[in-house]
Design a protein. Structure first.
Length: 200
């Protein structure tokens, strides 16, 4: 598992120009990660592809782990913004289908998906503990939004946490071809129904 180089917090992109530069870096990393394994992607190559100085890259992303964990979150953010829509009237069924669609999207670029999960897992392990055990991720916010206006209690948060763990495990199985795609998707829908049964 990759090590996170240092405890320094990444610089925040504030101005429009900085936000555009950061997005360019994320896009460059995603392009390189789609064609090469995590170990083969070099930060210098990302800087060159994004047309930024290497010092600028490290200011926003202190390590390759920080970089690809951010790409993972950006990929989920983009998917949620564009495709996390439509409703059958049953939020639990909706969540099952949306998680399946998100998994398909991530698995459409297998090398990049493996790199993103590698970095996200290392970032999660190395990060500080969350007060409620729930990481502040776009996927968590999207799940909560889908479940409606209900203010989640500890049991609700535990169920959502278990759902995310299940989604992650099924995604790993699909990525490593441990399960046929159809069975993995069926398992994910079933996990969603079982874990979120109290929300119905």
């Amino acid at each position: 598992m990759p090590r996170i180089a240092e405890a320094r917090r990444p610089a925040a992109a504030i101005s429009e120009r900085q936000v555009a530069r950061r997005e360019r870096i994320l896009d460059a990393a995603a392009e390189l990660g789609a064609d090469a394994a995590y170990e083969q992607v070099q930060m210098l190559d990302v800087a060159r592809r994004a047309d930024v100085a290497i010092a600028t890259l490290y200011r926003y992303f202190p390590s390759k782990t920080h970089l690809f964990a951010a790409v993972f979150e950006a990929r989920i953010d983009r998917f949620v913004t564009r495709y996390w829509t439509g409703s059958t009237g049953d939020p639990v069924e909706d969540l099952g289908e949306r998680l399946v669609a998100l998994s398909r999207d991530l698995l459409s670029t297998p090398k990049l998906c493996a790199t993103l999960m590698h970095a996200a897992a290392a970032s999660y392990v190395a990060g500080p503990p969350d007060d409620d055990g729930m990481p502040d991720l776009m996927i968590v916010r999207a799940i909560l939004d889908t479940l409606g206006d209900r203010v989640p209690d500890r049991a609700d948060l535990a169920a959502i946490r278990l759902l995310i763990y299940s989604w992650w495990g099924v995604l790993v199985s699909g990525l490593n071809h441990k399960l046929p795609a159809e069975l993995a998707e069926s398992d994910l829908r079933l996990a969603t129904r079982l874990i979120l049964a109290p929300f119905r």
